[in-house]
Design a protein around this ligand. Sequence first.
Ligand code: ACO
Length: 328
Amino acid sequence: MSKKPNSMILGTGRAVPKRVLTNFDLEKMVDTTDEWIKERTGIERRYIADEKDTTSALCADAGRAALQAAQLPAEKVDAIILGTVTGDVTFPATACYVQEMLGAENAAAFDIAAACTGFLYGLMMADSLIASGKAQHVLVIGGEILTRITDWTDRATCVLFGDAAGAAVVGPSDGKRGIIDTFIKSDGRLTHLLCMPGGGTKVPPDVALAEKMMFLRMEGREVFKYAVTAMGDAAEHILAKNNLTGDDVDLLIPHQANMRIINATAKRVGLPLEKVYINVQDYGNTSAASIPIAMNEALEKGRLKSGDCCLMVAFGGGFTWGSALVQF
Ligand code: ACO
């Protein structure tokens, strides 16, 4: 690697609710089949929150596991950055609830609403805070309870999403390993293609409830087209900027939304599927949680080893998209 990293990932963690919903369970709820869902998305099952679960508690569990893996006491965390579009409440930030749960009393805590790209937006900010000397240790979390904003009568969306949280502790680089580069982008002309239209100040909750605007809405086919292009672009851009090619990448961790988008992204950078981490079959689309969960699993399973170059790529509502290059 040419560039010396400023920050590195010191530990990761993940958390999921207990309940699992399979495609066969969904067959009993809407007009769909296991075969259709698998063929179009690759998803076989997903975790579903129950009434007691909260986004903050899932995020705190993932954060606690990451701190433990990093062997870092919570008091040493300077910032908690939480990517979520399904926070506990509109305000205050869900990151503040997580701060209290972890006892990270010295941290500044805030949320980022970049949908499925939320974790990579957070990683970019953590790296920048550390590079600028404004923070030493940053806890970056991605966590969602998307099933609370899912319309369970809409077969085009309710089969896609799941609930989970993933986290990473980012700290100063040891000079060799670390975050080589990050890239983020958005296109605000396309907000309408993937959103929850109600519940904010534009369409207040009482009106939104009556109009079914408190649910996630997605133009699946349009989102698919943009996701394929943007994820490929983000991957190619960060590799080219760092004078690398797909051959230099040991593991690609794409946002886990749809197997066909994952395949297309791998193909754009010339990577065989053996070099791609895939767990969409077990989680569905968990938005901001998907990349940190995949990273945590990849480390646990030895798919990411010391010295490996990892390329992460995501795309989500906004539209937002981005990539990160990390030397482990
Ligand atoms: N079961 C059976 N049939 C279904 C289902 C279902 N669950 N859902 C839709 N269909 C039907 C449609 O009604 C349609 O029927 P018709 O031809 O009779 O009209 C047919 O299947 C094809 O529908 P399409 O929407 O064209 O199916 P497509 O192949 O595009 O797959 C999907 C749909 C899986 C949603 C795909 O478009 C997709 O993955 N889009 C991208 C989603 C994504 O990646 N989002 C990422 C960001 S998410 C975030 O930021 C939170």
